[in-house]
Design a protein around this ligand. Structure first.
Ligand code: DC
Length: 222
């Protein structure tokens, strides 16, 4: 058995709860690696579309050439091409939510996360990182916020980026509601608060406040 480099910390929750920024900042603060599992599902969705989405999914995954680095946010390459920005569009958000319901895709992304995370010293962020990927994680958090606030955050994000800058707030809110429904009601690895997770409502909290809270919680429990 290889020795662990630190704890395995998981952060799950719906889109717009602030997971990505919080997970990245928390990892930075405590000197851990950061792993964005949503970027994996997004990358698979992007690649499936780019290669003509009629293929049998197992064969597609067997030939898939993706690489990830999470040093400064998620950097994702597909066949050597940087797709980090393209995977953030609303189209890919919905496609990722859809393709993430496929058992073979879940298995592919789960194995990838386990391989990259098992040595510890890592903050994983997603929908099922504390329930399915690492059910025995050392520390688990569940971040949440009300839907209007999550839509507001996403709206700020897309209007500041190059892609999808003309999307209306109400369209974004409707998409978030749809994704919430799909992610929570799917039969495989639905979005749930994992057993033993600390629940944090971020609706009225700033990023640094949430990170402080998590750091404090990490110090409190053995
Ligand atoms: O966190 P995100 O918005 O980048 O995730 C995109 C989609 O990927 C999300 O709608 C559902 C799926 N996903 C998942 O099923 N399991 C995860 N651990 C992370 C994301």
């Amino acid at each position: 058995m290889s020795s662990r480099k630190g704890l395995i910390i998981t952060i799950d929750g719906p889109s717009g709860a602030g997971k990505s920024t919080v997970a990245r900042k928390l990892a930075e603060r405590i000197g851990y690696r950061y792993l964005d599992s949503g970027a994996m599902y997004r990358a698979v969705a992007y690649a499936y579309r780019a290669t003509g989405d009629q293929q049998e999914i197992g064969r597609f995954l067997g030939n898939l050439d993706l690489s990830f680095s999470f040093d400064e946010g998620a950097k994702v390459c597909f066949n050597g091409e940087d797709i980090s920005t393209s995977i953030r569009s609303s189209e890919i958000s919905l496609a990722a939510s859809r393709i993430s319901q496929d058992p073979k895709v879940r298995e592919y992304c789960t194995q990838l996360q386990r391989r990259l995370g098992e040595e510890g010293g890592v903050v994983l962020e997603g929908r099922d990182t504390g329930s399915v990927v690492f059910p025995h994680a050392d520390r688990k958090f569940f971040l949440d916020a009300n839907v209007a606030e999550r839509a507001r955050r996403r709206h700020v994000e897309v209007t500041a980026s190059e892609t999808g800058s003309d999307e209306s707030f109400s369209k974004i809110q409707a998409e978030i509601e749809k994704r919430d429904r799909d992610d929570s009601s799917r039969s495989l690895a639905p979005l749930i608060k994992p057993e033993g997770a600390v629940y944090v409502d971020t609706t009225e909290k700033g990023i640094d406040e949430v990170v402080d809270l998590l750091v404090k919680a990490l110090g409190e429990r053995p």
